[in-house]
Design a protein around this ligand. Structure first.
Ligand code: PBG
Ligand code: ZN
Length: 326
């Protein structure tokens, strides 16, 4: 018995119960991380035009928001700060009273069990909008490391549970690990954006975070899209430097890379379903061209099927509601 008509793969698809029983991949609310944008000020909750349903919050507005997130069963948030002042050195990123540091304290004070991840990067804080220090018009790798390490330490001091460097400088995981350990934060894990591509899909985020580079682009530090072997080298290097969790970003254009990383390494694997992926779905849904719920759950499922353990996604709150209804 080797084929049709004895073999019929449709047998296990006949009813909802059979399909559910033999489903190979499940998406769970525990897999989701919700991004939050934080601005200086009070009583601010402003919608981001490029990302419908996503808001910028002042720190005092975060407890209520995070209680809602926790109520939906979402275990973690990742914070991005938008400071009121930017400078050449991105000093708002590592100021003890910086906007993200304040946000971490506000969240941990209200919902201590919420896992708070902080994005470690300088682009939201630099006047030139690059992810590191600029010397003679070029982003200087080694000069950026110290500031990135300082940023991670100040976030840990504020109470961050996980630090997540997204700058793509070489050696930053090692520099951050060393600085965390020297300051007593041996137990703060690093989730490194290990394979982060220079993607056109980050555009809505840059509008949200006011982090568009003032000159040039990020191609001299973020990865070139056609490269997959290089992604494995990036992941290998970050693991060697002490990354606890590695990330591939963006998600949908990189499902092949997610699969390769999953098959090659044993580390927990995160992925970022980025702003442009979210905005495309929202725009089509608003036009009535797609069924948003089905599309979002299909996308999240495909990312899990590719091998990701956790997904950072702006769809997290809606997905949590849909998953609870099923
Ligand atoms: C900052 C950062 C970016 C994103 C996450 N961290 C933007 C960038 O690198 O330009 C993008 C996230 C998204 O598009 O949702 N380095
Ligand atoms: Zn950056």
């Amino acid at each position: 018995m080797s084929g049709f008509p004895e073999l019929r793969l449709r047998r296990l698809r006949r009813t909802p119960a059979l399909r559910s029983m033999f489903r190979e991949t499940r998406i769970d609310v525990d897999d989701l991380i919700y991004p939050l944008f934080v601005v200086e000020g009070r009583q601010i909750k402003e919608e981001i035009a490029s990302m419908p349903g996503v808001f910028r919050y002042s720190p005092d507005m975060l407890p209520a928001e995070v209680e809602e997130i926790a109520g939906l069963g979402i275990p973690a948030v990742i914070l991005f700060g938008i400071p009121s002042d930017k400078d050449e050195q991105g000093s708002g990123a590592y100021h003890p009273e910086g906007v993200v540091q304040k946000a971490v304290k506000a969240i941990k004070g209200a919902v201590p069990d919420m896992v708070v991840v902080t994005d470690v990067c300088l682009c939201e804080y630099t006047s030139h909008g690059h992810c590191g220090v600029v010397v003679d018009g070029y982003v200087d790798n080694d000069k950026s490391l110290e500031l990135l390490a300082q940023t991670a330490v100040s976030q840990a001091q504020a109470g961050a549970d996980i630090v997540a460097p997204s700058d793509m400088m070489d050696g930053r995981v090692k520099a951050i690990r060393q600085a965390l350990d020297e300051n007593g934060f041996h137990l703060v894990p690093i989730m490194s954006y290990a394979a982060k591509y220079a993607s056109a899909l980050f555009e809505p985020f840059r509008y949200a975070a006011e982090s568009t580079p003032g000159f040039g682009d990020r191609r001299s530090y973020q990865m070139d899209s056609p490269n997959w072997r290089e992604a494995l080298r990036e992941v290998e290097q970050d693991i060697a430097e002490g990354a606890d969790i590695v990330m591939v970003k963006p998600a949908l254009p990189c499902l092949d890379v997610i699969r390769q990383v999953r098959d090659t390494f044993r580390h927990p694997l995160a992925t970022y379903n980025v702003s442009g992926e979210f905005a495309m779905v929202k725009a089509a849904a608003r036009n009535g061209w797609i069924d948003e719920r089905r599309v979002v759950l299909e996308i999240l499922m495909s990312i899990k099927r590719a091998g990701a353990d956790v997904i950072i996604t702006y769809h997290a709150k809606e997905a949590a509601r849909w998953l609870a209804e099923r």
